[in-house]
Design a protein around this ligand. Structure first.
Ligand SMILES: [Zn+2]
Length: 333
């Protein structure tokens, strides 16, 4: 196994696979720190600060272990400096689940005659269930998903690219909060976010007055952070070394943002379906963040959404594939 991994790492320099607990923490720490550095100049440009000016205020990106399906920004020194805090288990969940998602895709001349065949459905359902259960039980890091041994070269590359895009969107979202906080005026994304939230909350009964307003305010900020995060990810030029050999890097980054939202919604939906009422499992209050599907609708309505090729089947719609995958798995458990 190690021989093949070494070979892959040689052939694909960006290939990074955290596996054991310590390696996962170290590897993921490096990945989120690199991503924060990579997105920072674009965040600075949005605020009207110099790259160095914003970099001085970033204390770093830190991982903690929790059940949170969302990260947060911790401000200190009276709002002068900030730190991005992400859940290690959530980041590893993306890593393991994207592998399963790609496991549904065959590669070859066409999907019908794939030489890299999809993984059997029973294997996929069992692996997904194992990962979601492990996430809520706090043992995601040691839960086995799929081994790369079962994958062909295209499947491995696609997994790596999409995992990167998911991770990018998560770090981008937190920098989105930073942009909102440090921008001199209201960010332009507020208009779309407010429209989406108003449309949704109009349909929610049983919540009125100040409680409803407070929830709506929190949701608008979260959706703005999603939209700004998307903008930061897509502002990265094709000339950036990582993307220089990618096809359709913007479509991939947009797909990663969709996948990250769908997988979070999947985690929560599974929890409500299977464990609702189980006091041993702690879930963050849902109301501080908008439902995953509303967040998904918002980024899909964004002007940032890249055009998709009609002819390129593979790069057309990762979000659509992931939504079908999530629905199928949730129906099967
Ligand atoms: Zn947020």
């Amino acid at each position: 196994m190690t021989g093949r991994m070494d070979d892959l790492r040689r052939r694909f320099p960006e290939f990074r696979v955290p596996s054991s607990h310590d390696e996962a923490r170290r590897g993921m720490q490096r990945i989120v720190s690199d991503l924060a550095d990579q997105l920072l100049p674009h965040a600075a440009a949005r605020i009207g600060l110099t790259h160095e000016g914003l970099r001085e205020r970033l204390l770093g990106a830190r991982l903690e272990e929790s059940h949170e399906v969302n990260g947060y920004v911790r401000w200190s020194e009276g709002g002068q400096r900030f730190e991005i805090v992400l859940n290690l288990a959530l980041m590893m969940f993306f890593h393991k689940m994207v592998k399963l998602l790609v496991g549904t895709i065959g590669f070859g001349e066409d999907e019908e005659r794939a030489t890299e065949v999809p993984i059997g459905r029973d294997t996929l359902v069992a692996a997904c269930k194992g990962l979601i259960e492990a996430f809520w039980a706090g043992r995601l890091l040691t839960q086995a998903g799929l081994w790369y041994e079962q994958f062909g070269k295209m499947q491995i590359l696609l997994t790596e690219h999409l995992v990167h895009c998911c991770e990018c969107s998560v770090v981008g979202h937190e920098l989105g909060h930073v942009v909102i906080q440090l921008s001199p005026g209201e960010v332009e994304e507020v208009r779309l976010a407010r429209q989406m939230v108003d449309g949704y909350t109009a349909l929610v009964s049983g919540l009125e007055g100040e409680a409803k307003n407070e929830m709506a305010r929190a949701w608008v900020e979260e959706i703005c952070a999603d939209l700004i995060g998307l903008h930061l990810c897509l502002a990265q030029p094709k000339t950036q070394p990582l993307y220089s050999h990618w096809r359709n890097h913007k479509q991939m980054l947009f797909g990663g943002a969709e996948i990250a939202l769908i997988l979070r919604a999947m985690l929560e939906e599974y929890h409500w379906k299977v464990h609702c009422g189980n006091p041993r499992i702690r879930v963050s209050p849902v109301s501080t963040h908008p439902p995953g599907l509303l967040r998904l609708a918002a980024i899909r309505a964004s002007k940032e959404r890249p055009a998709f090729s009609e002819t390129d089947l593979l790069y057309r719609d990762f979000g659509g594939r992931c939504a079908v995958f999530a629905k199928d798995i949730l129906n099967a458990v």
